[in-house]
Each structure stands twice: as structure tokens, then as C-alpha cells.
Design a protein around this ligand. Sequence first.
Ligand code: HEC
Length: 248
Amino acid sequence: MNSIKLSQLSFLHKLILSFFLFVTSYAYLFAQIHFQFNTRSADGNESGLASIKDIVITYHGDRSKTRLGAKINGSMQQYLPNEASQLAIEAWIAAGRTEQGYRKIQHIFDDNCVRCHPYDERPDYPLETYEEVYAAAEPDRGVSIGYLAYLSYFHASRMGIAAVLLALIFSFSSFPTKIRIVVCALPVVAMLISINSWWFTKLLSPIFAPTVYFGEGLTGLAYGIIILSSLYDMWLKKKKVKISKRGL
Ligand code: HEC
């Protein structure tokens, strides 16, 4: 292959490509900060880095938790007449939210909650009928499919373009062809691992949560290799004035 090499580019072209490499690492840095800050408090603990548990709760949800269960232990607890009524609601949720069971605790909602949660006033969160209370106690299933699809679209379009441009720049480096082929594929593979592990964690099982981190790490590794070695190749590598063995 006799294509042009990075080290042979004009100063201006080297500068433009270096800007792109710099901007890409800048974007990656902030993407990681965004990921950490939006994920690490999912389990209620904000300190440290995002744990595997945080990732599971974000994508798969904490299926033992419900909004109703959380609220009667939180800001709505004050409206319950006693602890027995709270335990009765929790037992009903744990026993599978049957209609029969609801009839026995319905008076708790009627007497204490419906005045502020009638359908007319709070169509987003009514507590008047079995169906409404049943829906209020739906297990937490993590991020919604619609939002995850949006995130995936956003991630794939941005990161996809970055991955292809990085690969293109690296393809003009002077490393052996086999190495260039493998390294060029890395950012795309890493991106696919990241996005697919979000979906696998959400839809299939929490066992895929560690692969979310693996995808982020592999992306960082791929970016690091490509950015540093391309910059090296472009600016520092000595230009070899080669005289072809086959003659000019
Ligand atoms: C004095 C009015 C009032 C009473 C009584 C009341 N709530 Fe609420 N409830 C609110 C308001 C206001 C909100 C929204 C603010 C919040 O989430 O704290 C809310 C929110 C909620 C939510 C979360 C809704 C969401 O969109 O996330 C649940 C669940 C809930 N209430 C359950 C109950 C239950 C169960 C009772 C009865 C024990 C009850 N509430 C009694 C006013 C009330």
C-alpha cells in the first residue's frame, strides 16, 4: 500500500487532525463524567464511582421496589394512620397485588389518600380503583424502552462517527497493516458492546451489567491507542526517505 502517511501531511492538515483527536478525547472525558454522575446514585448512595449495582438498578430496575412502596416509606408516610396500614400495603404488594387482597386494604386508600389522589386532580397518579393502585405498585423496571432507544440512537450516531473518523486517521499511520486493521475495528466493537449491554441488562438479565463497564473501558482503551499513536506517528516519527528496492 502506497497511500499517503500521517507524517507526510502538511502542517495545516496535521493540525486539523490533531484538533479532532483532542476534541474526541475531551468528549470521551465528559461522557464518562456524565455516565458516573447519572448512574452512581441509583442505589441511593452517591459516593464513589458507579457500582455494578447502580448499573443494574439504572437499566434493569430494582424489581423489589415500587413507587407506592417507596412513597409510603417516604413523603406519603405521614398520611397513613398507623404502621399496621403501611405493613398491610407492603404485604399486599409482596403477595402479588391481587384484587381480592386489595378489597381488604382499599379503605386505607379511600380514607387517607384519595382526597389528594383523585383521578380528576391527579390523572398521572390516581389511587381510586384497584387498577390504579395496582399500576402505582408496578415494580421498578429501570430506564424506559423509549428513553433507552433515544440514548442508543444518540450514542450510536455520535460515537459511530467518532469511531469511523478515528479509524480513518489511524489507517494512514505507518503501523503494520494487520495491527491497523485490528485497531481500526476496536472503537466500533467497543461501542456495540456498550449499547448492546444496556439492552441486555434491561431486557435479559443483570448479569450483563459488568459488560457495560467493559464496553466503556474498551472504548477508552481504543481511543487512547488511536489518539496517542496517531499523534506520535504524525508529529514525532522521523520521516524515512525510502528508496524503493524496485527502483523509482
Ligand atoms: C395532602 C395531600 C396528599 C395526601 C393525603 C396523599 N398524597 Fe400522595 N402525593 C401528594 C403530592 C403533592 C405528591 C407529589 C409530591 C411527592 O411526590 O411527594 C404525591 C405523590 C405521591 C406518590 C408518587 C407519585 C409520583 O408521581 O411519583 C405516591 C405513590 C403517593 N403520593 C401515594 C400516596 C398514598 C399511598 C397516600 C395515602 C397514604 C397519599 N399519597 C396521600 C399529595 C398527597
